[in-house]
Design a protein around this ligand. Structure first.
Ligand SMILES: *[C@@H]1O[C@H](CO)[C@@H](O)[C@H](O)[C@H]1NC(C)=O
Ligand SMILES: *[C@@H]1O[C@H](CO)[C@@H](O)[C@H](O)[C@H]1NC(C)=O
Ligand SMILES: *[C@@H]1O[C@H](CO)[C@@H](O)[C@H](O)[C@H]1NC(C)=O
Ligand SMILES: *[C@@H]1O[C@H](CO)[C@@H](O)[C@H](O)[C@H]1NC(C)=O
Ligand SMILES: *[C@@H]1O[C@H](CO)[C@@H](O)[C@H](O)[C@H]1NC(C)=O
Ligand SMILES: *[C@@H]1O[C@H](CO)[C@@H](O)[C@H](O)[C@H]1NC(C)=O
Ligand SMILES: *[C@@H]1O[C@H](CO)[C@@H](O)[C@H](O)[C@H]1NC(C)=O
Ligand SMILES: *[C@@H]1O[C@H](CO)[C@@H](O)[C@H](O)[C@H]1NC(C)=O
Ligand SMILES: *[C@@H]1O[C@H](CO)[C@@H](O)[C@H](O)[C@H]1NC(C)=O
Ligand SMILES: *[C@@H]1O[C@H](CO)[C@@H](O)[C@H](O)[C@H]1NC(C)=O
Length: 456
């Protein structure tokens, strides 16, 4: 009785109280747009030919043939113009890998039909994690600009997927990625709102010079029992030179998550609510395959109500590789599980299996610098945890000015196992009494506040 009364009281005070974002940080899409206006290209030549198409009259009025034709017409120097106040419904898979010097001005909305059986039969397929795609973008010098919406119409997909797991070997309910590009060189997206993707929001494969700026990404379910699962904002395979600057993200999985083979990534200013964090990887999950992530700079991150803030993920056994030269800088934490997390046992494997097939992904030259804010209390007073695999080397991992506190009170603690040499601040082994009592000291944090769900 007493216990349940206490937990009811705890729940009430948790629901009433909230953790405020520091002054000046945008609290809504509206404030984000005001603070970070969309920047046009300085080098854009005037007089590009404008091509336009008729708008859809209703949610099944598919204009994909006209859209494809218009992109062919705008290719080599023109612009496809999709004005505000109009919706353009896409009901068929589109191969857009032929692009060369083309722009899309998207002020209106591109919306995909939600005919699940049709898309599951006809969408493009990618072997990685059994992905399907509405369309494929690719080519050279492609620019997409505007304050319009790319709408994946995900609600039906989330409802019907509910209760399943994407990587379950028996899962046959495949969901499309909202924006997919392969073999793209020079793809620059500005301003667009990526909305309600059925599955991952973006996926860039074998591409170079990718840039996203002043973008909004949301996946918000209206059905309490159907979460927008696996709606990662950013995923990639085999990419070089990626820049993401100023993004507002409210989705249900990784906020930013390059996977195998990523080089030279620069990420500056993101606001991520309810995500799994800024995750390097997971890599090294596939048999015999070398994979790596290197040269990543990621700074000015506002991480709210999520799982981990800065994260390095390596899968157990089989694959091998490295994550080298990553700087995580200026991370504000509001109600995240661990503010820094290095995990050599991804994904969903128990400690015994992990110990039997240890990861062969080396993790080197990593900096966690200027971290502030508070965790969720899920792991008590432990605010960061680093676990290196016995089959790998984790070296030159440095914490500087790491000042994350626990809402449970008492001194915060960092746990580290198998890390070579000092991390520049005290840390203790998970088997120590200190770590055990810090982990046991659990509590429930306040929610980091945002006024309301995205109003569009
Ligand atoms: C949607 O619009 C198209 C084009 O005008 C029309 O042919 C179709 O009948 C409309 N469908 C519905 C359900 O209103
Ligand atoms: C909400 O999702 C559940 C699956 O979890 C589904 O059974 C139900 O029909 C959905 N509700 C609505 C209104 O679509
Ligand atoms: C990229 O282009 C190459 C050669 O043009 C082609 O073989 C390949 O299938 C394309 N797609 C990817 C994902 O590499
Ligand atoms: C922020 O994320 C939390 C956790 O997922 C969620 O409960 C909350 O509704 C989100 N806030 C907004 C404004 O969407
Ligand atoms: C990553 O790069 C390595 C080395 O070039 C290559 O062997 C491997 O197949 C690549 N992985 C992916 C997923 O393309
Ligand atoms: C480490 O990565 C940064 C980019 O974040 C890059 O400027 C630097 O040259 C890299 N260092 C080495 C040794 O490659
Ligand atoms: C990991 O580090 C060890 C020790 O330095 C080295 O022998 C091995 O080749 C490295 N593995 C990779 C994939 O770089
Ligand atoms: C540390 O990060 C916070 C935001 O997380 C930022 O406001 C502050 O300016 C940073 N400090 C330095 C010295 O860069
Ligand atoms: C770590 O960084 C140092 C200095 O830039 C470099 O010499 C070394 O090769 C890096 N380590 C690995 C494993 O790449
Ligand atoms: C660490 O953060 C707390 C607030 O969370 C602040 O009171 C304290 O001054 C900070 N310490 C340092 C060394 O920055």
């Amino acid at each position: 009785m007493k216990g349940s009364l206490l937990s009811v009281l705890a729940l009430v005070s948790w629901a009433l109280a909230s953790l405020d974002l520091p002054a000046g940080v945008p609290r809504s899409v509206h404030e984000f747009r005001k603070r970070h206006p969309i920047q046009p290209w300085a080098d854009d030549p005037p007089g590009r030919q404008l091509i336009t198409i008729r708008a859809s009259e209703n949610d099944t009025d598919d204009v994909s043939d006209a859209f494809l034709k218009a992109l062919h017409a705008a290719n080599h120097g023109g612009t496809l113009f999709l004005p505000g106040g109009s919706t353009f419904v896409i009901g068929k898979p589109l191969d857009l890998t032929f692009l060369d010097d083309v722009q899309v001005r998207l002020d209106g909305e591109i919306k995909f039909t939600n005919d699940v059986p049709f898309w599951q039969k006809n969408a493009f397929r990618h072997p990685f994690q059994n992905s399907i795609m509405f369309w494929k973008w690719g080519g050279k010098n492609v620019r997409i600009f505007g304050d319009g919406v790319l709408n994946g119409n995900g609600q039906r997909w989330w409802n019907e997927f509910s209760g399943r797991e994407i990587l379950d070997s028996t899962n046959t309910y495949l969901r499309p990625i909202l924006f997919y590009a392969e073999n793209a060189t020079g793809l620059d997206i500005r301003g667009i709102h990526f909305k309600d993707s059925p599955c991952w929001t973006t996926f860039f494969v074998t591409s170079k010079d990718i840039s996203l700026s002043d973008v909004v990404c949301t996946a918000e379910s209206k059905n309490a029992t159907a979460a927008p699962k696996n709606t990662d904002f950013f995923d990639s395979l085999n990419v070089e030179r990626v820049r993401i600057e100023r993004a507002w993200v409210n989705i249900g999985d990784d906020c930013f998550s390059p996977k195998s083979n990523a080089t030279d990534l620069y990420i500056n200013t993101m606001y991520c609510n309810g995500t799994h964090g800024q995750s390097m990887g997971s890599i090294g999950q596939y048999a015999g395959e070398l994979s790596f992530i290197r040269n990543v700079h990621i700074e000015n991150m506002w991480m709210l109500n999520g799982q981990h803030a800065a994260r390095l993920k390596a899968g157990s056994n089989v694959g091998y590789g490295f994550i080298d030269n990553v700087t995580f800088k200026n991370f504000w934490n509001g109600n995240n599980e661990y503010a820094g997390f290095l995990d050599s046992c991804y994904f969903n494997i128990d400690a015994t299996t992990c110990a039997k097939y240890p990861s062969r992904v080396n993790i080197t030259n990593i900096t966690f610098e200027n971290f502030s804010g508070t965790t969720s209390g899920k792991y008590g007073r432990a605010v960061a945890r680093l676990t290196c695999s016995p089959n790998a080397v984790c070296s030159n991992i440095r914490f500087k000015n790491f000042n994350v506190t626990s809402p449970c009170g008492g001194p915060p603690l960092i746990i580290c196992d198998g890390i070579k040499s000092s991390i520049g601040t005290p840390c203790v082994s998970s088997s120590s009494q200190e770590a055990k009592s810090a982990l046991a000291n659990k509590c429930v944090a306040k929610m980091a506040s945002l006024p309301s769900a995205t109003p569009w």
